[in-house]
Write a protein that binds this ligand. Structure first.
Ligand code: C5P
Length: 235
């Protein structure tokens, strides 16, 4: 299995983003463009990063009525990115609408659903989202619904990867944010592990933002994450 580190480019300006990418002379990291960058720079930033030869995960987490998601996903399909996503909480009809939009456009983008954000604890999920189940069961159930509706995989915490694999099979892709070099640098993330930990838990892709983008040497941090994730050895 090829394991890849996806770098979350959570910047607000084109200049910051391109200056960050310019640091990478030898590698072409898989880049995640999320709401912060997309809402400030629009689709042009996607084209620009793609033209530089990076694979792109466009992480806009669509969550709306099926018709709106269908029409939005048709537009995103034109950007020809490698990975897109929706919120599983939008339910199967919405996910199928996203699937249909991609299929009609002939897109081969990996379609993921977000199960539960890695910043959400089981307690908050139960108290505020009013989901009376354990986190692992909820993620597993959302993964099964998403698979049935046409997703290739899910975004989940590395801690739930084994549950998802048991439910959906080895071929179902798991993309896991909530990765830190050591467990004590969590920030706002709650359900976290290290790159080597994610390897052992079976993640296909890990998403890392701040531990790489705010590192004194981002290229070194990216290499450190890649080596640890590929080999499963703590740096
Ligand atoms: O900086 P950090 O490594 O915490 O960045 C994680 C990235 O992954 C952020 O861009 C965040 O939006 C995204 N993400 C997440 N949890 C999810 C889905 C996406 O943290 N369930």
């Amino acid at each position: 299995m090829k394991r890849e580190v996806i770098v979350a480019c959570d910047f607000s300006t084109r200049e910051e983003t391109l200056a960050f990418l310019d640091l990478f002379k030898e590698e072409k990291p898989f880049i995640k463009i999320g709401m912060e960058l997309y809402y400030s720079c629009g689709p042009d930033i996607v084209r620009q990063i793609k033209d530089r030869g990076h694979k792109i995960f466009l992480d806009l987490k669509l969550h709306d009525i099926p018709n709106t998601v269908y029409r939005a996903m048709r537009n995103l399909a034109d950007l020809k990115v490698d990975m897109v996503n929706v919120h599983a909480a939008g339910t199967s009809e919405m996910i199928r609408a996203a699937r249909r939009a991609l299929d009609e456009k002939g897109s081969d983008a990996i379609l993921l659903s977000v199960t539960q954000l890695t910043s959400t604890t089981e307690e908050i999920m139960q108290q505020e989202l009013w989901i009376p189940h354990p986190m692992a069961d909820t993620v597993r159930h959302y993964a099964a619904v998403s698979q049935g509706a046409g997703c290739h995989g899910v975004v989940c915490s590395p801690l739930e990867v084994q549950d998802v694999i048991r439910e959906c099979g080895e071929g179902f892709i798991t993309v896991t944010p909530g990765i830190r070099f050591t467990q004590d640098e969590k920030g706002d993330q709650k359900r976290v592990t290290t790159p080597a930990g994610a390897h052992h838990l079976g993640s296909h892709y890990i998403v890392m933002g701040r531990p790489i983008t705010t590192a004194a040497d981002p290229v070194a941090a990216y290499r450190r994450a890649t080596a640890a994730f590929e080999k499963g050895i703590e740096e």
